[in-house]
Design a protein around this ligand. Structure first.
Ligand SMILES: *Cc1c(COP(=O)(O)O)cnc(C)c1O
Length: 383
């Protein structure tokens, strides 16, 4: 592994094994092999590719280095990472999670885990009292996601980690929106950090991946055991793409974040827009809390139009953004949360959470911000 003392920009490029140990090649090859020769009948470092593969090892080392973990794990999707992290729980256990959890995770916690004997209380996780009140003798873990999506509720990571430590509970945090570049939850007392590598880490909307890391050797041992037993591992080619994406994370994210700030401010001033949610805005409610635990506002913002009838014309008129349920790509992605990212959540739940039909989310890409603004401004003119 690379030296842990390097700063993030250096670690992003020299992640783990930063060249092929066998040949000196500038990138770790795509080791497209299912099994490995046992010289003289003895296994070497790698013996069967579900258990380990050098291409995958590189991104596993990268996430551990970037988040400050002892070991990293790479999975086929972000949801495979979420499911694998929750395999640390067992039948009879109770979990506390945000009521505005990422839609896919909400589906897994509310529709799959109960049949396996694991129940979840969904609470307003930003309210520490609601967490305390939800704790029962069966509670084993608290699942966090901050900022939440798409309404940017901010949870006090240190305070929840403290509650969990006092009560002997495990903490898991989905850090997809911030990436380790902007927020390092293990440093703030979280046990397990989860990522959808499909988003900013991959960064090019061309792969699906999930990552987990932890600073606790015993949790790492159990995660490794489950990864090898269950087998939802990241393939060698996708590991290569993810590694390649991670190398430019800082350049991409910093540019996208700057543009997100500009777009958020201009949208806020636009007469067709009712409200904008972005942690970088001067009047963002939890700005101080977010800044105390993250070094930037990120590249995603949400806004609500005043008029429901305006959504369709806007979606028809914008030219640059891809209109899709994802985020974190080099291209700007516009999401109609109601019908796309949060489609799995019942309408009355969405309304209760404040996710209205007029809400749109922008994952800002690295296009020229003036072209982006011209595009949105022109599309908004018609509404
Ligand atoms: C996309 C996403 C996931 C799921 O990742 P996939 O790679 O789509 O399986 C989990 N959490 C968050 C916050 C996400 O945005």
């Amino acid at each position: 592994m690379a030296d842990k003392t390097y700063r993030p920009a250096t670690l992003l490029v020299h992640q783990g094994i930063d060249r092929d140990p066998a040949t000196g090649a500038s990138t770790v090859p795509i080791y497209q092999a299912s099994t490995y020769h046992h010289t003289g009948g003895q296994p070497g470092e790698y013996d069967y590719a579900r258990s380990g593969n050098p291409s995958r090892q590189q991104v596993e080392d990268a996430i551990a280095l970037l988040e400050g973990g002892v070991r990293g794990f790479a999975y086929a999707t972000g949801m495979a990472a979420v499911g694998s992290a929750l395999a640390l729980l067992k039948s009879g256990d109770h979990l506390i999670a945000p009521n505005d959890l990422y839609g896919g995770s909400w589906r897994y916690l509310s529709m799959i885990l109960p049949d396996q004997g694991i129940t979840t209380s969904f609470v307003d996780i930003t309210d520490l009292q609601q967490i305390e009140d939800a704790i029962t003798p069966a509670t084993r873990a608290i699942f966090l996601e901050t900022p939440s999506n798409p309404l940017f509720n901010i949870t006090d990571i240190r305070a929840v980690a403290q509650i969990a430590r006092d009560r002997g509970l495990l903490t898991l945090l989905d850090n997809t929106f911030m990436t380790p570049l902007l927020q390092r939850p293990l440093d703030l007392g979280i046990d397990v950090v989860i990522h959808s590598g499909t988003k900013f880490l991959g960064g090019h909307s061309d792969l699906m991946a999930g990552l987990i890391t932890t600073a606790d050797p015993e949790l790492a041992r159990r995660l490794k055991q489950f990864q090898n037993a269950f087998g939802a591992v990241l393939a060698p080619f996708d590991s290569f793409l993810l590694s390649r994406g991670i190398k430019t994370l800082k350049l991409r994210l910093e540019t996208a974040q700057q543009s997100a700030q500009a777009l958020a401010e201009r949208l806020q001033a636009h007469p067709a827009v009712a409200k904008v949610w972005y942690p970088g805005l001067a009047d963002f409610t939890a700005r101080a809390l977010h800044s105390s635990q993250a070094s930037g506002a990120g590249a995603v913002l949400s806004f609500e139009l005043k008029d429901k009838q305006a959504i369709e014309p806007l979606l028809q008129r914008v030219k640059l953004p891809i209109i899709a349920p994802s985020l974190g790509g080099v291209e700007t992605i516009l999401t109609h949360c109601w019908s796309m990212s949060h489609a799995a959540i019942p309408a009355e739940t969405k309304l209760r959470l404040g996710i209205h039909e007029t809400l749109l989310r922008i994952s800002v890409g690295i296009e020229d911000v003036e072209d982006l603004w011209d595009d949105f401004a022109a599309a908004l003119e018609s509404v």
